[in-house]
Design a protein around this ligand. Sequence first.
Ligand SMILES: *[C@@H]1O[C@H](CO)[C@@H](O)[C@H](O)[C@H]1NC(C)=O
Ligand SMILES: *[C@@H]1O[C@H](CO)[C@@H](O)[C@H](O)[C@H]1NC(C)=O
Ligand SMILES: *[C@@H]1O[C@H](CO)[C@@H](O)[C@H](O)[C@H]1NC(C)=O
Ligand SMILES: *[C@@H]1O[C@H](CO)[C@@H](O)[C@H](O)[C@H]1NC(C)=O
Length: 500
Amino acid sequence: MYLAMVFPRYFSLFSISVSLVLVLSSRLEAAPEDSLVTNLPGFNGTFPSKHYSGYVTIDSDPQKNLFYYFVESEGNPSKDPLVLWLNGGPGCSSLDGFVYEHGPFNFEASKKQGELPSLHLNPYSWSKVSNIIYLDSPSGVGFSYPSLATGDLQTASDSHAFLLKWLGQYPEFQSNPFYITGESYAGIYIPTLASEVVKGLKTGVKPKINFKGYMVGNGVCDSEFDGDNSYVPFTHGMGLIPDGLFKEARAACQGDYQKHSEDVKCKRIIAEIDNVVSGLNIYDILEPCFHEKFPETTTKNTSLPTSFQELGKTDKPLAVRKRMFGRAWPYRAPVRDGIVPMWPQLTQSLHGQGVSVPCINDEVATAWLNDEAVRKAIHASEDSGSWSLCTSLSYNHDAGSMIPYHKNLTSAGFPALIFSGDHDMCVPFTGTQAWTASLGYKVVDQWRAWQSNDQIAGYLQEYAHNLTFLTVKGSGHTVPEYKPQESLDFYSRWLQGQEI
Ligand SMILES: *[C@@H]1O[C@H](CO)[C@@H](O)[C@H](O)[C@H]1NC(C)=O
Ligand SMILES: *[C@@H]1O[C@H](CO)[C@@H](O)[C@H](O)[C@H]1NC(C)=O
Ligand SMILES: *[C@@H]1O[C@H](CO)[C@@H](O)[C@H](O)[C@H]1NC(C)=O
Ligand SMILES: *[C@@H]1O[C@H](CO)[C@@H](O)[C@H](O)[C@H]1NC(C)=O
């Protein structure tokens, strides 16, 4: 088997936030006390805000038990926005976001084999400015159980049911402005859930969700804009393939790499492009790829070059994970309607029933979240089985293109921030830039740089209807992991309605 056939392209984290209301300025304190997290193994200090975690049960046959971890804002929890975060995949746990992206802790791996990581406070946690719910969705992912066949529409409906019940349990957050956020395959989860929320508002479902907008990072959207139509121009624009090959591809595929992907000549040239870029880390073309190029023929215990260990350092105290190919879908598979292919069976399961994700090092999260004391502390049920970063699901992409959803949501007045780490080859910015422009909205803030820490951190273009497309310069697929400070900057400015 060739890895080139299987390196996956979609892995996503997605988050949503909900906030509730103050009644006559007296804050309700109804959060379920038995969900309070009072200690976490590996952390010695005082929590900077309250944490809760547990399950919300969705009435269905069989019942679905959806796991969440909720971090109150370290600012003003009663006023700050409530944000829901969802990781994508489909099949990836949102605790990926909690551990590796914008959670309250940085996890430092132990130097000793078999010891748990140490937790340090993350100065760029999104809980600095928002209340944030990390939700394992759909059922079967992360600590949520059981695993059932599902799809986009069912997942959106279940997540909506989750929100209503959660707000019922935490009524003090019903009045906070609520946002839905996430990345990668959550590019599907977010608009479909937002659409359910808006429908619920129209029909007067209680409690009323104070929905204010949504954010999507490196998100999947539409099979024509994503996939090869974003990938081929990306490889050329990034200097990964020569002009000649790009011109040949454009001619052979008549400028539409998706539509003509099965034409013999077009297919052959795209295979050639795949071959040229095949050693790269698709989640960040600047990062090394921690992979075995030909697993059948190379020795598995080759020690990594030391330069590799040095790479991936950010201004977080921890290096980003070393990703290789392999997060989600087979390489070059766009978001087609129908059953979503999961990680290839040739990937051996390293972590119990879970699917191990090749190319990334998820050992810290896997060790920590499978530790008995940790699971007890966060109220994870034994019935959920062992935790793995991404789980194989029977999942149907049945919501089609997200473009009609974005049109409806933005024209109904819900602000949207669509952002892209510009060095991600998994869901390249080229496709996202193209579909946002395709909505045809008037440009109200022409392409310009935005700054963080007095440096250019990326570019943005703002459209009418509060639609913003923003790039994060030099970032890979999971933006807050690669660019934590810049991410907290654009996140907080956008949530506060300030100019980014
Ligand atoms: C936490 O405390 C224990 C026991 O005092 C100590 O061994 C450990 O190193 C401390 N961890 C951190 C992260 O400070
Ligand atoms: C590692 O590789 C060496 C040389 O190729 C071999 O002798 C050794 O048995 C290997 N160790 C493991 C644990 O596979
Ligand atoms: C968008 O709105 C139109 C008009 O209300 C409606 O017919 C259509 O079903 C909506 N599409 C989506 C995807 O929500
Ligand atoms: C953009 O959002 C702001 C605040 O969220 C709102 O006041 C304004 O009306 C929105 N503009 C449009 C065109 O929807």
